[in-house]
Design a protein around this ligand. Structure first.
Ligand code: ATP
Ligand code: MG
Length: 414
Protein backbone atom coordinates (compact mmCIF):
# COMPACT_ATOMS: atom_id res chain seq x y z
CA UNK A 1 0.00 0.00 0.00
CA UNK A 2 1.19 3.49 -0.86
CA UNK A 3 1.66 5.55 2.27
CA UNK A 4 0.53 8.67 0.40
CA UNK A 5 -2.98 7.14 0.32
CA UNK A 6 -3.04 5.82 3.91
CA UNK A 7 -5.75 7.32 6.13
CA UNK A 8 -5.09 9.16 8.39
CA UNK A 9 -1.66 10.82 8.53
CA UNK A 10 0.51 10.41 11.63
CA UNK A 11 0.61 13.21 14.21
CA UNK A 12 3.55 14.96 15.83
CA UNK A 13 1.78 15.42 19.17
CA UNK A 14 -0.23 13.07 21.34
CA UNK A 15 -3.73 14.25 22.38
CA UNK A 16 -3.55 16.47 25.48
CA UNK A 17 -5.76 14.20 27.59
CA UNK A 18 -3.79 11.03 26.75
CA UNK A 19 -2.29 9.49 29.90
CA UNK A 20 -1.29 5.99 28.88
CA UNK A 21 1.41 4.90 26.46
CA UNK A 22 -0.97 2.92 24.23
CA UNK A 23 -3.28 5.94 23.92
CA UNK A 24 -0.44 8.30 22.98
CA UNK A 25 1.38 6.05 20.54
CA UNK A 26 -1.61 4.40 18.87
CA UNK A 27 -3.28 7.77 18.24
CA UNK A 28 -0.07 9.48 17.06
CA UNK A 29 0.76 6.62 14.69
CA UNK A 30 -2.78 6.58 13.26
CA UNK A 31 -4.05 3.21 14.57
CA UNK A 32 -7.01 4.41 16.67
CA UNK A 33 -9.18 7.46 17.22
CA UNK A 34 -11.17 8.40 20.32
CA UNK A 35 -14.80 9.39 19.74
CA UNK A 36 -15.46 9.97 23.46
CA UNK A 37 -14.13 8.46 26.70
CA UNK A 38 -14.05 4.69 26.26
CA UNK A 39 -15.19 4.69 22.63
CA UNK A 40 -12.68 4.06 19.88
CA UNK A 41 -12.46 3.73 16.11
CA UNK A 42 -10.01 1.12 14.88
CA UNK A 43 -8.50 3.00 11.94
CA UNK A 44 -7.12 1.04 8.95
CA UNK A 45 -3.75 0.33 10.61
CA UNK A 46 -5.38 -0.64 13.93
CA UNK A 47 -7.92 -2.85 12.20
CA UNK A 48 -5.12 -4.66 10.34
CA UNK A 49 -3.47 -5.52 13.67
CA UNK A 50 -6.72 -6.57 15.36
CA UNK A 51 -7.57 -8.75 12.34
CA UNK A 52 -4.26 -10.58 12.84
CA UNK A 53 -4.80 -10.93 16.60
CA UNK A 54 -8.28 -12.33 15.87
CA UNK A 55 -6.88 -14.80 13.35
CA UNK A 56 -4.44 -16.20 15.93
CA UNK A 57 -7.30 -16.55 18.43
CA UNK A 58 -9.59 -18.07 15.78
CA UNK A 59 -7.02 -20.72 14.81
CA UNK A 60 -6.58 -21.80 18.42
CA UNK A 61 -10.34 -21.84 19.10
CA UNK A 62 -11.00 -23.93 15.98
CA UNK A 63 -8.19 -26.30 17.04
CA UNK A 64 -10.14 -27.17 20.22
CA UNK A 65 -13.42 -27.71 18.40
CA UNK A 66 -14.84 -24.19 18.72
CA UNK A 67 -17.50 -23.30 16.13
CA UNK A 68 -17.64 -19.63 15.17
CA UNK A 69 -21.00 -17.85 15.00
CA UNK A 70 -22.34 -14.34 15.70
CA UNK A 71 -24.88 -13.34 18.35
CA UNK A 72 -26.89 -10.09 18.61
CA UNK A 73 -25.96 -7.15 20.84
CA UNK A 74 -29.45 -5.82 21.61
CA UNK A 75 -31.09 -8.09 24.18
CA UNK A 76 -34.60 -8.16 25.70
CA UNK A 77 -34.79 -7.24 29.40
CA UNK A 78 -36.63 -10.51 30.15
CA UNK A 79 -33.66 -12.74 29.39
CA UNK A 80 -31.47 -10.82 31.86
CA UNK A 81 -34.24 -11.02 34.47
CA UNK A 82 -34.13 -14.82 34.28
CA UNK A 83 -30.69 -14.96 35.91
CA UNK A 84 -31.15 -11.81 37.96
CA UNK A 85 -28.26 -10.10 36.23
CA UNK A 86 -30.55 -7.27 34.97
CA UNK A 87 -30.21 -5.99 38.57
CA UNK A 88 -26.98 -7.64 39.71
CA UNK A 89 -24.90 -6.19 36.87
CA UNK A 90 -26.63 -2.80 37.06
CA UNK A 91 -23.40 -0.85 37.49
CA UNK A 92 -21.99 -1.84 34.12
CA UNK A 93 -25.12 -2.75 32.14
CA UNK A 94 -26.35 -0.18 29.59
CA UNK A 95 -30.14 -0.26 29.59
CA UNK A 96 -32.37 1.42 27.09
CA UNK A 97 -36.03 1.93 26.30
CA UNK A 98 -37.66 2.25 22.89
CA UNK A 99 -40.52 4.61 22.03
CA UNK A 100 -43.06 1.93 23.05
CA UNK A 101 -41.43 1.64 26.48
CA UNK A 102 -39.98 -1.78 25.81
CA UNK A 103 -36.70 -2.26 27.70
CA UNK A 104 -33.45 -3.68 26.37
CA UNK A 105 -29.88 -4.30 27.45
CA UNK A 106 -26.78 -3.73 25.36
CA UNK A 107 -24.71 -6.86 25.65
CA UNK A 108 -21.93 -6.85 28.25
CA UNK A 109 -21.49 -10.63 27.81
CA UNK A 110 -23.49 -13.50 26.25
CA UNK A 111 -24.04 -16.31 28.78
CA UNK A 112 -27.82 -15.76 28.85
CA UNK A 113 -28.02 -15.71 25.06
CA UNK A 114 -26.08 -18.98 24.70
CA UNK A 115 -28.25 -20.57 27.40
CA UNK A 116 -31.35 -19.59 25.43
CA UNK A 117 -29.84 -21.16 22.29
CA UNK A 118 -29.10 -24.37 24.20
CA UNK A 119 -32.58 -24.45 25.72
CA UNK A 120 -34.08 -24.34 22.24
CA UNK A 121 -31.71 -26.85 20.68
CA UNK A 122 -30.56 -29.42 23.23
CA UNK A 123 -32.64 -32.42 24.25
CA UNK A 124 -30.41 -35.37 25.03
CA UNK A 125 -26.90 -36.14 26.26
CA UNK A 126 -26.13 -36.99 22.64
CA UNK A 127 -26.43 -33.28 21.76
CA UNK A 128 -23.58 -32.41 24.12
CA UNK A 129 -20.87 -31.15 24.40
CA UNK A 130 -21.31 -27.86 22.52
CA UNK A 131 -18.45 -25.41 21.89
CA UNK A 132 -19.44 -22.10 20.26
CA UNK A 133 -17.74 -18.73 20.09
CA UNK A 134 -17.94 -15.35 18.46
CA UNK A 135 -16.03 -12.11 18.08
CA UNK A 136 -18.24 -9.16 18.84
CA UNK A 137 -18.70 -5.88 20.61
CA UNK A 138 -19.32 -5.67 24.35
CA UNK A 139 -20.76 -2.64 26.12
CA UNK A 140 -19.88 -1.90 29.74
CA UNK A 141 -20.44 1.29 31.66
CA UNK A 142 -16.88 1.36 32.98
CA UNK A 143 -16.43 3.95 35.74
CA UNK A 144 -12.82 4.70 34.81
CA UNK A 145 -12.07 4.70 31.11
CA UNK A 146 -8.64 6.28 31.25
CA UNK A 147 -6.21 3.61 30.09
CA UNK A 148 -6.55 4.22 26.37
CA UNK A 149 -7.86 1.25 24.43
CA UNK A 150 -7.18 -1.08 27.37
CA UNK A 151 -10.53 -0.10 28.88
CA UNK A 152 -13.33 0.75 26.51
CA UNK A 153 -16.99 1.29 27.29
CA UNK A 154 -17.47 -0.41 23.96
CA UNK A 155 -14.81 -2.97 23.07
CA UNK A 156 -14.21 -6.18 21.23
CA UNK A 157 -14.31 -9.60 22.82
CA UNK A 158 -13.87 -13.15 21.65
CA UNK A 159 -16.09 -15.22 23.89
CA UNK A 160 -16.27 -19.00 23.79
CA UNK A 161 -18.99 -20.96 25.60
CA UNK A 162 -19.05 -24.68 26.36
CA UNK A 163 -21.88 -26.91 27.57
CA UNK A 164 -21.39 -30.41 29.01
CA UNK A 165 -23.19 -33.38 30.54
CA UNK A 166 -21.01 -33.48 33.68
CA UNK A 167 -18.70 -31.46 35.86
CA UNK A 168 -15.90 -33.82 34.94
CA UNK A 169 -16.38 -33.16 31.23
CA UNK A 170 -16.56 -29.40 31.83
CA UNK A 171 -13.33 -29.39 33.84
CA UNK A 172 -11.55 -31.49 31.23
CA UNK A 173 -12.48 -28.96 28.56
CA UNK A 174 -11.62 -26.06 30.90
CA UNK A 175 -8.04 -27.37 31.02
CA UNK A 176 -8.01 -27.68 27.23
CA UNK A 177 -9.13 -24.05 26.87
CA UNK A 178 -6.45 -23.02 29.34
CA UNK A 179 -3.91 -24.68 27.03
CA UNK A 180 -5.36 -23.00 23.93
CA UNK A 181 -5.28 -19.59 25.63
CA UNK A 182 -1.66 -20.17 26.60
CA UNK A 183 -0.89 -20.89 22.95
CA UNK A 184 -2.60 -17.66 21.87
CA UNK A 185 -0.67 -15.54 24.36
CA UNK A 186 2.62 -17.29 23.58
CA UNK A 187 2.09 -16.62 19.88
CA UNK A 188 1.51 -12.97 20.78
CA UNK A 189 4.86 -12.99 22.61
CA UNK A 190 3.44 -12.04 26.03
CA UNK A 191 5.15 -12.67 29.37
CA UNK A 192 2.02 -13.78 31.24
CA UNK A 193 0.87 -15.65 34.34
CA UNK A 194 -2.27 -17.77 34.66
CA UNK A 195 -3.73 -16.29 37.82
CA UNK A 196 -6.47 -17.48 40.18
CA UNK A 197 -9.12 -14.82 40.64
CA UNK A 198 -12.68 -14.09 41.74
CA UNK A 199 -15.62 -14.37 39.33
CA UNK A 200 -17.28 -10.94 39.68
CA UNK A 201 -20.85 -10.84 38.32
CA UNK A 202 -20.26 -14.16 36.54
CA UNK A 203 -19.79 -16.72 39.31
CA UNK A 204 -19.13 -17.19 43.03
CA UNK A 205 -16.46 -19.72 42.14
CA UNK A 206 -12.83 -19.12 41.30
CA UNK A 207 -11.77 -18.26 37.74
CA UNK A 208 -8.44 -17.98 35.92
CA UNK A 209 -7.15 -14.74 34.48
CA UNK A 210 -4.36 -14.43 31.93
CA UNK A 211 -2.26 -11.56 33.26
CA UNK A 212 0.51 -9.93 31.21
CA UNK A 213 3.27 -8.53 33.41
CA UNK A 214 3.49 -4.78 32.80
CA UNK A 215 4.41 -1.87 35.08
CA UNK A 216 1.58 0.12 33.53
CA UNK A 217 -1.09 -2.49 34.37
CA UNK A 218 -4.14 -1.71 36.54
CA UNK A 219 -4.18 -5.17 38.14
CA UNK A 220 -1.82 -6.54 40.75
CA UNK A 221 -0.90 -10.18 41.03
CA UNK A 222 1.27 -12.31 43.27
CA UNK A 223 3.23 -15.09 41.63
CA UNK A 224 5.91 -17.61 42.50
CA UNK A 225 9.31 -17.10 40.88
CA UNK A 226 9.87 -20.83 40.69
CA UNK A 227 6.55 -22.60 39.93
CA UNK A 228 3.32 -21.64 38.14
CA UNK A 229 1.42 -20.49 41.26
CA UNK A 230 -0.24 -17.09 40.85
CA UNK A 231 -3.15 -15.24 42.49
CA UNK A 232 -4.83 -11.91 41.91
CA UNK A 233 -4.10 -9.55 44.81
CA UNK A 234 -7.88 -9.22 45.31
CA UNK A 235 -8.10 -12.79 46.63
CA UNK A 236 -4.61 -13.30 48.09
CA UNK A 237 -4.75 -13.95 51.81
CA UNK A 238 -1.34 -15.46 52.60
CA UNK A 239 1.81 -13.86 53.95
CA UNK A 240 3.99 -12.23 51.30
CA UNK A 241 7.21 -13.02 53.15
CA UNK A 242 6.59 -16.79 53.25
CA UNK A 243 7.78 -19.18 50.55
CA UNK A 244 5.29 -20.29 47.88
CA UNK A 245 2.38 -22.29 49.30
CA UNK A 246 2.39 -24.58 46.25
CA UNK A 247 6.04 -25.59 45.70
CA UNK A 248 7.37 -24.59 49.12
CA UNK A 249 10.57 -23.13 47.67
CA UNK A 250 9.90 -20.13 45.43
CA UNK A 251 9.73 -16.49 46.45
CA UNK A 252 6.42 -14.65 46.07
CA UNK A 253 6.69 -11.63 43.77
CA UNK A 254 4.09 -8.87 43.60
CA UNK A 255 3.75 -7.22 40.20
CA UNK A 256 1.49 -5.00 38.14
CA UNK A 257 -0.25 -6.66 35.22
CA UNK A 258 -2.87 -6.34 32.49
CA UNK A 259 -5.70 -8.90 32.29
CA UNK A 260 -6.01 -10.02 28.66
CA UNK A 261 -8.12 -13.14 29.14
CA UNK A 262 -10.39 -14.77 31.72
CA UNK A 263 -11.90 -18.25 31.85
CA UNK A 264 -14.88 -19.23 34.00
CA UNK A 265 -16.00 -22.74 35.06
CA UNK A 266 -19.57 -21.61 35.66
CA UNK A 267 -21.12 -24.94 36.60
CA UNK A 268 -24.90 -25.57 36.71
CA UNK A 269 -26.03 -22.18 38.01
CA UNK A 270 -27.04 -20.69 34.64
CA UNK A 271 -28.82 -23.87 33.49
CA UNK A 272 -30.76 -24.10 36.76
CA UNK A 273 -31.85 -20.45 36.56
CA UNK A 274 -32.86 -20.70 32.91
CA UNK A 275 -34.17 -24.27 32.78
CA UNK A 276 -31.60 -25.64 30.33
CA UNK A 277 -31.83 -29.40 30.69
CA UNK A 278 -30.92 -32.54 28.80
CA UNK A 279 -32.05 -36.14 29.16
CA UNK A 280 -29.23 -38.29 30.48
CA UNK A 281 -28.37 -41.87 29.52
CA UNK A 282 -30.42 -43.03 32.51
CA UNK A 283 -33.49 -41.15 31.21
CA UNK A 284 -33.47 -38.46 33.90
CA UNK A 285 -33.50 -34.71 33.24
CA UNK A 286 -30.40 -32.78 34.31
CA UNK A 287 -29.13 -29.22 33.98
CA UNK A 288 -26.17 -28.68 31.62
CA UNK A 289 -22.71 -27.82 32.93
CA UNK A 290 -21.46 -24.56 31.50
CA UNK A 291 -18.23 -22.61 31.03
CA UNK A 292 -17.32 -19.30 29.39
CA UNK A 293 -13.98 -18.02 28.17
CA UNK A 294 -13.11 -14.45 27.09
CA UNK A 295 -10.25 -12.62 25.42
CA UNK A 296 -10.29 -8.90 24.59
CA UNK A 297 -8.59 -8.36 21.20
CA UNK A 298 -8.72 -4.56 21.48
CA UNK A 299 -7.18 -4.75 24.96
CA UNK A 300 -4.56 -7.09 23.47
CA UNK A 301 -3.80 -4.40 20.85
CA UNK A 302 -3.15 -1.85 23.62
CA UNK A 303 -1.20 -4.33 25.74
CA UNK A 304 1.14 -5.13 22.84
CA UNK A 305 2.00 -1.43 22.69
CA UNK A 306 2.41 -1.10 26.47
CA UNK A 307 5.00 -3.89 26.50
CA UNK A 308 6.65 -3.37 23.08
CA UNK A 309 7.73 0.23 22.45
CA UNK A 310 10.66 2.62 22.89
CA UNK A 311 11.00 6.40 22.96
CA UNK A 312 10.64 6.53 19.16
CA UNK A 313 7.42 4.58 18.87
CA UNK A 314 5.77 1.18 18.63
CA UNK A 315 7.61 -2.10 17.98
CA UNK A 316 5.28 -4.72 16.42
CA UNK A 317 6.02 -8.41 16.44
CA UNK A 318 5.88 -9.81 12.94
CA UNK A 319 2.88 -12.08 13.77
CA UNK A 320 0.61 -9.06 14.31
CA UNK A 321 2.36 -6.18 12.50
CA UNK A 322 0.08 -4.16 10.20
CA UNK A 323 2.56 -4.78 7.34
CA UNK A 324 5.56 -7.10 6.99
CA UNK A 325 7.89 -4.41 5.65
CA UNK A 326 8.06 -0.64 5.40
CA UNK A 327 9.67 0.37 2.10
CA UNK A 328 11.25 3.83 2.19
CA UNK A 329 12.39 5.49 -1.00
CA UNK A 330 14.55 8.43 0.09
CA UNK A 331 16.11 9.30 -3.27
CA UNK A 332 15.65 12.79 -4.59
CA UNK A 333 16.12 11.80 -8.27
CA UNK A 334 15.32 8.75 -10.45
CA UNK A 335 12.43 8.01 -8.16
CA UNK A 336 9.45 5.69 -8.19
CA UNK A 337 10.27 3.31 -11.04
CA UNK A 338 12.52 0.89 -9.15
CA UNK A 339 10.62 1.28 -5.86
CA UNK A 340 7.45 0.23 -7.62
CA UNK A 341 9.24 -2.84 -8.98
CA UNK A 342 10.41 -3.81 -5.50
CA UNK A 343 6.91 -3.24 -4.12
CA UNK A 344 5.41 -5.43 -6.87
CA UNK A 345 7.97 -8.23 -6.42
CA UNK A 346 7.45 -8.35 -2.65
CA UNK A 347 3.67 -8.37 -3.03
CA UNK A 348 3.88 -11.18 -5.57
CA UNK A 349 5.65 -13.16 -2.86
CA UNK A 350 2.72 -12.58 -0.49
CA UNK A 351 4.65 -10.01 1.55
CA UNK A 352 2.63 -7.04 2.86
CA UNK A 353 4.33 -3.76 2.05
CA UNK A 354 3.73 -0.22 3.24
CA UNK A 355 5.56 1.85 0.61
CA UNK A 356 6.45 5.38 1.68
CA UNK A 357 6.13 7.04 -1.71
CA UNK A 358 5.63 10.56 -0.34
CA UNK A 359 7.67 13.68 -1.08
CA UNK A 360 8.88 14.35 2.44
CA UNK A 361 12.39 14.49 3.93
CA UNK A 362 14.34 11.34 4.71
CA UNK A 363 14.42 12.35 8.39
CA UNK A 364 10.66 12.57 8.51
CA UNK A 365 10.27 9.17 6.81
CA UNK A 366 12.65 7.53 9.27
CA UNK A 367 10.91 9.06 12.27
CA UNK A 368 7.47 7.96 11.06
CA UNK A 369 8.71 4.46 10.29
CA UNK A 370 9.95 4.19 13.89
CA UNK A 371 6.65 5.56 15.22
CA UNK A 372 4.48 3.13 13.21
CA UNK A 373 6.79 0.27 14.17
CA UNK A 374 6.69 -2.20 11.25
CA UNK A 375 9.32 -4.88 12.08
CA UNK A 376 11.45 -4.51 8.92
CA UNK A 377 12.48 -1.25 7.24
CA UNK A 378 13.80 -1.36 3.66
CA UNK A 379 15.52 1.75 2.34
CA UNK A 380 16.45 2.64 -1.22
CA UNK A 381 18.75 5.66 -1.39
CA UNK A 382 21.32 7.17 -3.73
CA UNK A 383 23.90 5.11 -1.83
CA UNK A 384 22.30 1.67 -1.94
CA UNK A 385 22.98 1.09 -5.67
CA UNK A 386 21.24 -2.05 -6.90
CA UNK A 387 20.91 -3.34 -3.33
CA UNK A 388 18.44 -2.44 -0.60
CA UNK A 389 19.15 -1.50 3.02
CA UNK A 390 17.54 -3.86 5.54
CA UNK A 391 17.03 -2.73 9.14
CA UNK A 392 14.88 -4.28 11.82
CA UNK A 393 12.87 -2.04 14.15
CA UNK A 394 14.39 -3.73 17.22
CA UNK A 395 17.99 -3.23 16.06
CA UNK A 396 20.33 -0.38 15.07
CA UNK A 397 22.24 -2.54 12.62
CA UNK A 398 21.59 -2.08 8.90
CA UNK A 399 22.81 -4.30 6.06
CA UNK A 400 22.75 -4.15 2.28
CA UNK A 401 20.96 -7.06 0.62
CA UNK A 402 19.68 -8.01 -2.82
CA UNK A 403 15.93 -8.28 -3.38
CA UNK A 404 16.22 -12.09 -3.56
CA UNK A 405 18.06 -12.20 -0.25
CA UNK A 406 15.36 -10.03 1.30
CA UNK A 407 12.57 -12.26 0.02
CA UNK A 408 14.19 -15.41 1.35
CA UNK A 409 14.95 -13.73 4.71
CA UNK A 410 11.28 -12.74 5.02
CA UNK A 411 10.07 -16.21 4.07
CA UNK A 412 12.43 -17.97 6.43
CA UNK A 413 11.57 -15.62 9.23
CA UNK A 414 15.15 -15.25 10.52
P1 ATP B 1 -11.50 -5.80 34.16
O1 ATP B 1 -11.30 -6.49 35.47
O2 ATP B 1 -10.22 -5.35 33.54
O3 ATP B 1 -12.55 -4.74 34.20
P2 ATP B 1 -13.20 -7.95 33.52
O4 ATP B 1 -12.59 -8.95 34.43
O5 ATP B 1 -14.42 -7.25 33.93
O6 ATP B 1 -12.07 -6.87 33.14
P3 ATP B 1 -14.04 -10.04 31.73
O7 ATP B 1 -15.49 -10.00 31.93
O8 ATP B 1 -13.23 -11.08 32.40
O9 ATP B 1 -13.41 -8.59 32.08
O10 ATP B 1 -13.79 -10.00 30.16
C1 ATP B 1 -12.95 -10.88 29.43
C2 ATP B 1 -11.87 -10.10 28.71
O11 ATP B 1 -12.39 -9.01 27.98
C3 ATP B 1 -10.87 -9.46 29.65
O12 ATP B 1 -9.91 -10.40 30.07
C4 ATP B 1 -10.28 -8.37 28.79
O13 ATP B 1 -9.32 -8.89 27.89
C5 ATP B 1 -11.48 -7.92 27.98
N1 ATP B 1 -12.10 -6.73 28.56
C6 ATP B 1 -12.90 -6.66 29.66
N2 ATP B 1 -13.32 -5.42 29.90
C7 ATP B 1 -12.78 -4.66 28.92
C8 ATP B 1 -12.86 -3.27 28.60
N3 ATP B 1 -13.58 -2.42 29.34
N4 ATP B 1 -12.18 -2.82 27.51
C9 ATP B 1 -11.46 -3.66 26.74
N5 ATP B 1 -11.35 -4.98 27.00
C10 ATP B 1 -12.00 -5.48 28.06
MG1 MG C 1 -12.01 -10.76 34.08
Amino acid sequence: MKQSTLFPKTRKEAPKDAESINHKLLVRAGFIDQLMAGSWTLLPLGWRVVTKINQIIREEMNAIGGQEMLMPLLHPKEIWKETGRWDKAEEILYKLKDTRDKEYALSFTHEEIVMDLLRKNITSYQDLPVYVYHFSTKFRNEPRARSGILRGREFMMKDLYSAHTSEEDLMKYYEIVMGAYSKVFNRLGFNFRITEAAGGVFTDKYTHEFQVLSDTGEDEILYCDSCDWSQNKEIFSGDRGNPCQKCGKGKIIQAKSIEVGNIFPLGKWYAEKMGVNFTGEDGSKKPVWFGSYGIGPTRVLGTLVEVNHDDKGIIWKKEVAPFDVHLLDIRTRDKAQSAKKIDDSLQNEGIEVLWDDRDVSAGEKFAEADLIGIPVRLVISEKTGDKIEWKERISDKAELLTLDEIISKLHNGD
